[in-house]
Design a protein around this ligand. Structure first.
Ligand SMILES: NC(=O)c1ccc[n+]([C@@H]2O[C@H](COP(=O)([O-])OP(=O)(O)OC[C@H]3O[C@@H](n4cnc5c(N)ncnc54)[C@H](OP(=O)(O)O)[C@@H]3O)[C@@H](O)[C@H]2O)c1
Length: 433
């Protein structure tokens, strides 16, 4: 990309004249913010050289004709692109990867925000994604600095954002268990910690996304269309208050945010300040994700037009999410949901559901919680065949049927109370400040 600009006669060429919005200039800023600081010796040499050039200019007479500068700029994938851009966190496997593939095939430019760059590149290639339609960028949601660096790097390459998908998650269902019955049966290991010392499920699933959403509101506002922000929820987080998945202990419970009030650092691991439980920590973090969606809607939808929604994609029983579960569970869980509850959904189909929440006009009502049960054509969890279940009738498993939408006021369970959503926001702001 050739960039030309004209300076008035007699104006010295100085770095401050260069438009700071060029990707090149911005990438320098990002590089230095990311720790790629310019070497002091190099900077001093530049300063000396710049001073010498300026001095030489002062001594000779400047010609009274406009001077034209021409810089050969490197090209960046999304900078001049007319394609819509979506950022998907945790797109290196499972649901995020399937949704990335689906959106790339629909003509979106997909930014895969992943903690493991090489794994994500390999996964995208193996999924057959066209390299022209995606870009992997490093983002570890368990580090505030990494999230900030990601946003800065994104801005060097893209002028705006059309959709943000908060998908990444970790699940340590057995981390709190002691006593190994058979080697490898219960991974145990106790709580894991983020870069800032917060319990990992809380940090990666919720707090990193909280910061990312806050920062990327600015990029979403620059979209020329109607931007969307989709945050993954789950049935086990009792946001519906009436489903079997939300009734299996340990139940999500945030208490009065006692743990969060104390800063959520060791020895505090749980939002309610209680004893560590890996499965509950995951469910709590997903409740927080839905509360975040509600609060974003309340604070920013009217002012910005951004559509904020949440999604339960069905039980994708074979993804990496269950990698820390004991082996017997990993084998039986998919079969159980395929044959008994009928709540199972394939990774591809779940990816298409998430992609629909990003791109399909039917899923554009801000504040909504979309929920699917089971594969289309199977009737889902004994309910209707992937159509809106307006009667909200239940099946044997206390599911409402294949597909339903909860409006913001219908979202129940731990996420129901608006004042608590605001309190969560305020306490989270303190942690990312
Ligand atoms: N599977 C289900 O049945 C189910 C049901 C309801 C909701 N969900 C939700 O669906 C979403 C995707 O889950 P999945 O089933 O597709 O699981 P998955 O295959 O394990 O995918 C999770 C993704 O998150 C990434 N990730 C983890 N920690 C991260 C961090 N600190 N920074 C950046 N990325 C990180 C993982 O990266 P690595 O590849 O590097 O590990 C992976 O790409 C989650 O929000 C989950 O809660 C899943």
């Amino acid at each position: 990309m050739a960039l030309s600009f004209v300076l008035p006669a007699g104006t010295a060429a100085s770095p401050t004249v260069a438009p700071t919005t060029t990707p090149f200039a911005a990438s320098l800023t990002a590089a230095s913010a990311a720790g790629g600081a310019v070497q002091p010796g190099w900077a001093a040499a530049c300063a000396v050289a710049a001073g010498a050039v300026a001095g030489a200019r002062r001594q000779r007479k400047c010609p009274k004709v406009p001077r034209k500068f021409s810089l050969q700029m490197p090209t960046f994938p999304g900078f001049e692109s007319k394609k819509k851009t979506v950022v998907i966190t945790g797109a290196s496997s499972g649901l995020g990867l399937s949704a990335a593939k689906s959106l790339a095939e629909q003509g979106w430019q997909v930014v895969m925000a992943c903690r493991d760059f090489q794994k994500a590149e390999k996964a995208a290639k193996e999924a057959g994604m066209n390299p022209e339609n995606y870009q992997v960028m490093h983002c570890d949601l368990a580090s505030k600095q990494s999230v900030r660096n990601f946003v800065q790097t994104f801005r060097t390459m893209y002028q705006s954002l059309d959709a943000l998908v908060c998908n990444a998650a970790v699940y340590f269902p057995n981390a709190h268990k002691e006593g190994v019955i058979l080697p490898g049966l219960f991974p145990g290991g106790g709580p894991r910690w983020s870069a800032e010392g917060h319990e990992m499920s809380f940090a990666a699933n919720y707090l990193g996304h909280f910061l990312l959403c806050k920062l990327m509101l600015e990029d979403l506002k620059k979209s020329s269309g109607t931007p969307r922000c989709v945050i993954l929820g789950t049935v086990t987080a009792t946001v519906n208050g009436a489903e079997l998945g939300g009734m299996i202990p340990p139940l999500a419970h945030l208490g009065n945010f006692e743990g969060l009030e104390q800063g959520m650092k060791a020895p505090v691991t749980m939002l309610d300040g209680g004893a560590f439980d890996g499965a509950k920590a995951y469910k709590d973090s997903k409740v927080c994700d839905v509360m975040l969606m509600k609060e974003l809607h309340k604070r920013f939808h009217k002012e910005t037009g951004i559509v904020f929604t949440s999604l339960y994609p069905g039980c994708i029983a074979e993804t990496g999410l269950f990698r820390e579960h004991y082996p017997l569970f990993q084998n039986l869980f998919p079969a159980f949901h395929k044959t008994v509850t009928k709540a199972y959904v394939s990774q591809d189909e779940a990816g298409q559901r998430l992609a629909a929440c990003v791109a399909d006009d039917r899923y554009g009502t801000s504040g909504s919680y979309y929920s699917w049960e089971g594969e289309a054509g199977t009737g889902g969890g004994g309910g209707k065949d992937a159509v809106q279940n307006t009667e909200k009738d239940h099946d044997w498993f206390m599911n409402y049927g294949s597909f339903r939408t909860l409006s913001i006021d219908e979202i129940g369970g731990e996420a129901a109370n608006d004042q608590r959503c605001s309190k969560l926001w305020e306490l989270s702001e303190k942690l990312v400040a």
